[in-house]
Design a protein around this ligand. Structure first.
Ligand SMILES: [Zn+2]
Length: 389
């Protein structure tokens, strides 16, 4: 999803362009243009023709890249769970807490210090996977050109921001745990909903502009992808983004994720108590209000998020599909939509199996999007008001 702030600035500049623009010709694969003149337009054939415009080597590359991503979901979950188990069973977590208790009497500072140590330890222990995933793999597939040093500096900046954010978050979290040791999971759900709300509504409008100056079409990051797009493609993308806005996706996603968070926290509470009864003494973790138990919470949530991968992906994918439907009806640019779908295919598998799409895709696959566009085209072709010459 292109973020809403970009949408807001672009919407203004494109509203004029869209309404004022003359009909433009657009290059299409041979089959679609010939079938436009013939009477029978077969959406399945047209979809195949669009997919066939992607060279086999490019297809193989994007397939391999995306399929590698399936395994990375597993590796990330395993590494996260492994680190959590290691910090608990080695007693490192309990010793970190003991250390903070010797330094200060304040519970708040104890948690803050623990959070700092925890984030640093996790960053160090997971660095090999980060290095492979974010640096070597991206270079291997030609998606990154940055050399190691600037990449590493960016990672360090990211780490500092994570440190600040985690310290604040854990301090608040454990203050809740101390004050509501029984219903902390309900408060946790509430905080998750509020954070999701901030992410969906407030941050794009009020927070992000503090870091970026959104000047329409002067920001290189916005301008360059648009430069590579034709007008029908831009209309298709803009109409999709407007769909998110018009269909209240921010509010809907907040509710959907709120429901998932509710179950997640409920399960976390049960599992946390059960694990402490079994291993609490051995790990030297005293209860939910003890920061030494944080790796256990991390273990529970990493496992939960891993198991919920298909659910979370399907929630966003179905929402994206709604935006696609709104987009095609509004832009009336089936070929523009097909081309955008192909461009996005550079990073995603174009033609996955239904099961793959269900589990791993947070957007409709390229094939699904093109098929929707071609079905729309077949249905509206008799109306004869497409922008084809
Ligand atoms: Zn979207």
């Amino acid at each position: 999803m292109i973020n809403r702030a970009i949408f807001l600035t672009l919407a203004a500049s494109f509203a004029i362009t869209i309404s004022a623009s003359a009909q433009t010709t657009l290059p299409s694969p041979a089959v679609t243009s010939t079938s436009e003149t013939s009477k029978a337009f077969d959406p399945a054939e047209a979809t195949k023709a669009w997919l066939a415009t992607v060279p086999a080597d490019k297809r193989a590359k994007s397939d391999a890249y995306f399929e590698g991503g399936y395994w990375l979901i597993l590796w990330n979950a395993l590494v996260g769970a492994g680190i959590a188990i290691f910090l608990l069973t080695s007693g490192i977590s309990a010793r970190m807490r003991d250390f903070t208790e010797r330094l200060t009497q304040s519970k708040t500072f104890q948690v803050g210090l623990y959070a700092t140590g925890f984030v640093l330890l996790v960053a160090i222990l997971s660095f090999p996977l980060t290095l492979y995933q974010e640096f070597y793999r991206e270079h291997q597939y030609g998606f990154a050109t940055q050399t190691f040093r600037p990449w590493f500096v960016e990672q360090l900046i990211g780490l500092v921001l994570t440190l600040i954010a985690s310290t604040i978050a854990l301090t608040i979290l454990y203050s809740v745990f101390r004050h509501a040791p029984r219903i902390w999971w309900l408060w946790g759900t509430l905080v998750a909903v509020v954070l999701s709300f901030i992410g969906n509504f407030i941050a794009p409008i009020y927070v992000e502009p503090l870091f970026n100056t959104y000047n329409p079409l002067t920001d290189a990051k916005i301008r360059d992808p648009l430069k590579q797009c034709t007008l029908p493609e831009i209309r298709a993308v803009m109409a999709h983004e407007m769909g998110h806005y018009v269909l209240n996706h921010g509010a809907k996603l907040t509710i959907y994720f709120g429901v998932v968070a509710f179950f997640g926290f409920g399960i976390a509470r049960k599992t946390f108590d059960w694990a402490l009864r079994r291993w609490g003494q051995r790990w030297d973790v005293r209860g939910i209000a003890d920061p030494a138990g944080f790796p256990l919470l991390m273990l529970i949530f990493v496992t939960f998020a891993f198991l919920m991968t298909p659910v979370l992906n399907s929630i966003t994918r179905i929402t994206e599909r709604e935006a696609d439907q709104f987009g095609i009806n509004t832009s009336r640019e089936p070929d523009g939509m097909a081309k955008v779908a192909l461009k996005l295919g550079a990073y995603r598998k174009l033609d996955p199996t239904p099961l793959e799409e269900f589990i791993f895709f947070d957007h409709p696959s390229g094939r699904a999007r093109i098929r929707m566009a071609m079905d729309w085209k077949a249905a509206y072709l008799p109306a004869g008001n497409l922008d084809a010459p």
